[in-house]
Design a protein around this ligand. Structure first.
Ligand SMILES: [Zn+2]
Length: 290
């Protein structure tokens, strides 16, 4: 859980983080979330509450049934926030909000067409198309993690199909593939470190990671012809070890004009992208209301 006060230049006035403890169920988690929000606000004057949450959710109705929070079913998160803080609240899918945050305040600033992918426990995505945030029908569009990179491939925990990008490049999947290959490791970070130390098994796992990411990104870049692709999430802490081979491969494999246009960069907002992104959504709604 994270909460913070963000001004309309994207600056954070406060930022608080706390473990979710999802096993406690909705009510205690919500109580702690709203208390975290109160502490983040402190004496600040705020105008609106932005909430970013993992999907699936219904952004129009303001309800969430997040896969990563067992027991949450159609929780009316937006209405609860409006009651708690007595002000307007907006709700958005976390990766969509992150895309909005990077576009308004971060690595995607100044572009008309931009994609955001988070490589974390799972793989989420968001897009800005012709200067506007793409949401899909109920706010669950842009699921770039479930683009197929091998239709006979690994089972995807997120959606149940085979060969999704997420099944290769999420932090969870990288660590899992490394263990299957015989490495004793618990995280993608350790796999990356072992590959840098030239452990041949880790190098092979890492090469497959960058190849799978480049394969998925190539398809997505061909679809959108973005000016910029922003990558965030824990896996991107490996920096150029991840980005350099992916850039090279996407440039070689994507259709000419799209490949030349797309710049692949790392997130500017880092672990604050959720909070800043949620605020970007609130500012966007405020702007639309005039
Ligand atoms: Zn999937």
């Amino acid at each position: 859980l994270a909460a913070g006060v963000v001004d309309d230049s994207g600056h954070l006035h406060s930022f608080l983080v706390e473990a979710t403890r999802a096993d406690e169920g909705p009510e205690p988690v919500l109580a702690r979330l709203f208390e975290l929000g109160r502490r983040a606000i402190g004496q600040e004057q705020i105008r609106a509450v932005g909430i970013a949450c993992g999907g699936p959710l219904d952004a129009a109705r303001g309800t969430v049934s997040p896969l990563h929070l067992p027991g949450w079913q159609d929780v009316p998160l937006r209405a609860l926030a409006e009651q708690t803080y007595d002000m307007p609240a907006v709700l958005e899918n976390d990766a969509t909000a992150a895309a909005a945050g990077e576009h308004r305040f971060g690595a995607g600033a100044g572009t008309a067409n931009m994609l955001y992918l988070t490589l974390s426990t799972g793989v989420g995505g968001g897009a800005v198309v012709d200067g506007r945030l793409f949401r899909g029908g109920a706010g669950n569009g842009g699921e770039f993690g479930h683009v197929t990179v091998d239709w006979h491939g690994r089972l995807c925990r997120g959606c149940g199909r085979r060969g999704c990008l997420e099944a290769y490049v999420s932090g969870t999947s990288i660590a899992e593939r490394a263990r299957e290959a015989g490495l004793e490791t618990s995280s993608a970070e350790e796999v990356a470190a072992a590959a840098r130390a030239e452990d041949p098994v880790a190098e092979a796992v890492w090469a497959k990671t960058t190849a799978a990411l480049a394969c998925g990104l190539t398809s997505i870049v061909n679809l959108f012809e973005p000016e910029r692709v922003v990558l965030g999430g824990g896996v991107t802490r490996s920096g150029e070890q991840l980005l350099a081979p992916v850039r090279q491969r996407v440039r070689a494999d994507a259709m000419g004009p799209a490949a030349r246009a797309a710049e692949i960069v790392v997130s500017a907002l880092g672990d604050r992208v959720g909070v800043v992104g949620a605020a970007a959504i609130a500012f966007e709604k405020e702007g639309a209301r005039g």
